[in-house]
Structure formats: structure tokens, C-alpha cells
Design a protein around this ligand. Structure first.
Ligand code: SF4
Ligand code: SF4
Length: 81
């Protein structure tokens, strides 16, 4: 099922996400994974102080080209999809 697959993908993204080591990170109970359309933007991160998504295994695995997903939205959203 598509839903099951999406849930699994999201779990993998959250497990590999390195947002919590980022200078823009705000400790607020969120778990990162903002590049995923299912997660969406952060409710707390507002200031862009650097983004380390380029060094994340998820970005490499999925071939992501954008960054600052926490403030600007998911890759899909930034691409206007
Ligand atoms: S690409 Fe960025 S937002 Fe996505 S999982 Fe990696 S660190 Fe987190
Ligand atoms: S999406 Fe980028 S800027 Fe935002 S917390 Fe994750 S690594 Fe940092």
C-alpha cells in the first residue's frame, strides 16, 4: 500500500536525518525530516543560520538539490510541485 510505503520512507528519513546537529536547529520536540513532504516546515525554526542537508545521507540517497527545508518547505514544495 502507498500509505505503508510512505510511512516506512518517513521512518527512514527521520532515522537518518542530521538536522539536530545543524546551527539552525531549535530543540522543540520536532524530529527533523523537513525535506519530506509529509513532515513539512518546522513550527519553531525561523532563522536560517546554516544548513547541513547537503551532508545528509538522505539528501544523497534521494538526490535532493534544495536545502533549508525547515524554513522553506520540502523539496517538492520548493520545486513548485
Ligand atoms: S536532507 Fe535535511 S531535512 Fe532531510 S533528513 Fe537530511 S538533514 Fe533532515
Ligand atoms: S533543514 Fe537544513 S537548515 Fe533546517 S534544520 Fe535541517 S539541516 Fe538545518
Amino acid at each position: 500500500m502507498v500509505q505503508e510505503k510512505e510511512g516506512q520512507d518517513q521512518r527512514i528519513v527521520l532515522a537518518l536525518c542530521i538536522c539536530s546537529s545543524c546551527p539552525s536547529w531549535v530543540e522543540c520536540g520536532e524530529r527533523g525530516g523537513y525535506c519530506s513532504a509529509n513532515v513539512g516546515r518546522s513550527r519553531k525554526i525561523k532563522k536560517e543560520r546554516g544548513c547541513i542537508c547537503g551532508g545528509c545521507p538522505v539528501a544523497e540517497k534521494l538526490g535532493l538539490v534544495r536545502d533549508y527545508f525547515c524554513t522553506r518547505g520540502s523539496e517538492k514544495k520548493q520545486m513548485g510541485r
